[in-house]
Design a protein around this ligand. Structure first.
Ligand SMILES: NC(=O)c1ccc[n+]([C@@H]2O[C@H](COP(=O)([O-])OP(=O)(O)OC[C@H]3O[C@@H](n4cnc5c(N)ncnc54)[C@H](O)[C@@H]3O)[C@@H](O)[C@H]2O)c1
Length: 413
């Protein structure tokens, strides 16, 4: 950014995307106002307790103490910012279609306070056209009369929570703006925080690229989940097959089977794509099929698990290990473990769960590893779970993560 422009950044939404961005911007010399409409979260953040695993309390406290960062519920403070980024959730509604209500409310809430010459960037994942057709009309219709010029860009976030290697700084950032001035400003902003900002010609290209990236993961996970079931039915070890195929130096990328897909991105974003396809008279058949296969995986795992229990046990006690949607995080949004638990219960099992990173799940408290059970299912490998101790007690384990030592009574998918 040019030196005369204030380096004050307002970030709307202080979750898995917004808070790490805030810390990266503080590191890069920005003064950051982290706005969130959830009062309890704002109070927690300002007390120095990070709600996000990737940000330590110490890092947060340092940023707060230096005065370079503060969380707030007050949208009027965006008036001080030269850049505003929107990082609010873009979930699915009850029909499993895009729900942009939070994005729209965030745009409406900032609009009356946007200063002249401010850059507004959407980082939230959505279908192509969201910036141009939804966000810009809202901001332009509600902005103050003296804010004649507001710049707009889309720069979809690519953060991978729990990833020890790739972060805000070293993950290249796609930037697509509505005009060249907006593009230059957005590139300068991201270049001040990230090692690489990649320019694309329009916001729609950036928005579509984000959907392509996550759909690529969804369909490849579905492929390996389907392939795993084919291998298991013929006694072939799928992991050995994956390792064998991975020796090919080109044209193959390994994906691992699991109990399904979870989190806010992989199960959700491809449905933004399928919806967008339908709006444009198309049909993303391949993606819909992948979505269906992944949704059926918990049922397959539940059935496999039940076959491992001694047939004389009528209502087996089954312990699920790890309920977060992936290793290393306490995030249970869209976790496929919910469906796994429901199928197990439908098959007559009594189910309990254990996850060192999740204090309460759907109103239920965890049990410890001493819980008496007929079978354990390792659904998500979490740090701090002494699973080998469980297998030493002779409890059969269905390891859906392929992370346990090969032992008698331990089966993998
Ligand atoms: N979590 C990820 O791994 C990830 C990765 C890449 C992209 N994304 C995308 O980034 C966006 C944000 O996801 P997230 O995981 O950070 O969500 P999150 O739920 O962790 O955080 C979002 C925050 O926004 C706040 N919020 C909601 N509506 C608001 C509003 N109108 N005004 C102010 N604050 C509001 C919520 O209280 C919450 O604290 C989504 O579009 C998501 O798809 C997420």
């Amino acid at each position: 950014m040019s030196p005369q422009v204030s380096r004050v950044l307002a970030i709307i939404g202080q979750g898995y995307v917004g808070l790490p961005l805030a810390m990266a911007a503080v590191d890069a010399g920005w003064t950051v106002i982290g706005i969130d409409n959830f009062e309890a979260k704002v109070a927690q953040i300002n007390s120095g307790k990070s709600p996000v695993e990737d940000i330590s309390d110490t890092q947060l406290q340092t940023a707060l103490t230096s005065g370079a960062y503060r969380a707030s519920t007050d949208f009027s403070s965006v008036a001080k910012a030269s850049v505003i980024t929107i990082c609010v959730p873009t979930p699915l509604d009850e029909k499993r279609e895009p729900d942009l209500s939070l994005l729209q409310s965030a745009a409406s809430a900032i609009a009356p306070f946007v200063s002249n010459e401010t850059l507004v960037v959407s980082e939230s994942t959505s279908y192509p056209g969201t910036l141009r057709e939804i966000i810009i009309p809202i901001v332009n219709s509600l902005k103050p009369k003296n804010s004649a010029t507001v710049y707009f860009a889309s720069a979809p976030e690519r953060v991978n929570p729990g990833d020890p290697v790739w972060n805000q700084k070293n993950t290249p950032r796609l930037v697509g703006a509505v005009d060249t001035v907006s593009q230059d400003k957005a590139l300068a902003f991201y270049q001040s925080i990230c090692e690489a900002a990649v320019s694309v010609s329009t916001p729609e290209v950036a928005e579509a690229a984000k959907l392509l990236e996550n759909t690529f993961r969804l369909v490849n996970i579905a492929l390996i989940n389907e392939f795993t079931q084919l291998c298991a039915s013929t006694g072939i070890n799928v992991y050995e097959v994956i390792d064998a195929a991975s020796t090919k130096p080109y044209g193959f990328m390994p994906f691992k089977p699991g109990i399904g897909v979870g989190g806010h991105c992989i199960p959700v974003d491809p449905l933004y794509l399928t919806w967008w396809a339908r709006q444009n008279g198309g049909h993303a058949e391949f993606v819909e099929s992948a979505d269906r296969i992944n949704h059926e995986m918990p049922k397959y795992v539940a059935k496999r698990a039940i076959t491992m229990v001694d047939s004389s046990v009528v209502n087996p006690r089954i312990l699920i290990l790890g309920v977060a949607y992936k290793s290393g995080v306490g995030d249970v949004r869209e976790t496929p473990v919910s469906k796994l638990r429901d199928y197990l219960i439908a098959l007559g099992a009594e189910v309990a769960w254990h996850d060192p990173l999740v204090p309460v799940w759907e109103g239920v408290e965890p049990v410890d590893l001493d819980w008496k059970c007929d079978l354990a299912i390792l659904a998500t490998k979490q740090p701090g779970m002494d699973i080998e101790k469980l297998s030493d007690r002779g409890i059969p384990i269905l390891d859906c993560t392929n992370s346990m030592k090969k032992k008698n009574r331990v089966s993998s998918l």
